[in-house]
Design a protein around this ligand. Structure first.
Ligand SMILES: N[C@@H](CCC(=O)N[C@@H](CS)C(=O)NCC(=O)O)C(=O)O
Length: 200
């Protein structure tokens, strides 16, 4: 299998962490690419017509995307129980929450990176950040017992989403008012899989 990959992407990191945690890393060749909404290399489009990463090129069968599908596929392949049936709706909701944080955070980066400066809409970025604030606050208030439970794909996604906020939006300080989540990340970030996949 081949993983279409960029180290800065939080969605790719999620898959990369799952590869480490499930022991599947040696089964996957990493294919580094640079892609953006205006310019996707042919190898990315061949794996995902939407031009987005990650995509997993399988040895048998068509390529699969997006990160949620790939994580679930790898978990199934490794029988790793990162999507335990007993907690499946909570795990999927947690992963969806983390992915939405990533979507909003990446959109803020793109707003500055790809628009001419005079067309950057600060109010729109603030609205994206408001989504992130509501989501991190909900995680802090309602999800701590789940986050502190046995490892699952929802926790991995949250770890990668918060890591991306530190990487790209540190000045907005998601930690303010979210002490429990901050404490949780300090421990979770010490996992080997998180340490070796830090965004660059
Ligand atoms: N829902 C997708 C989101 C993937 C995504 O937005 N990836 C970004 C990189 S962080 C990308 O490929 N951007 C290029 C584009 O939007 O065309 C997933 O979970 O894989």
């Amino acid at each position: 299998m081949k993983l279409v990959f960029a180290a800065a992407s939080p969605f790719v990191r999620k898959v990369h962490v799952v590869l480490h945690e499930t022991g599947l890393l040696n089964e996957v060749e990493i294919v580094p690419v640079a892609t953006n909404p205006f310019d996707s290399p042919a190898e990315v489009i061949a794996a995902n017509p939407l031009g987005k990463i990650p995509a997993l090129i399988r040895d048998e069968g068509p390529s699969i995307y997006d990160s949620r599908v790939i994580c679930r596929y790898l978990d199934d392949h490794a029988q790793a129980e990162l999507y335990p049936q007993a907690r499946i709706w909570e795990v999927l909701t947690l992963e969806a929450t983390a992915d939405a944080i990533m979507d909003a955070a990446v959109a803020m980066v793109y707003e500055h990176r790809f628009r001419p400066p005079e067309k950057v809409f600060d109010g729109w970025c603030d609205a994206q950040w408001a989504k992130i604030e509501r989501a991190t606050s909900a995680l802090n208030a309602r999800w701590m017992s789940h986050l502190n439970g046995p490892l699952d794909a929802g926790q991995i996604a949250v770890g990668c989403a918060l890591g991306y906020l530190d990487f790209r939006h540190a000045e907005r300080n998601w930690r303010k008012g979210n002490d429990a989540l901050d404490d949780w990340l300090a421990v979770f970030a010490e996992r080997d899989a998180m340490k070796v996949t830090q965004p660059t």
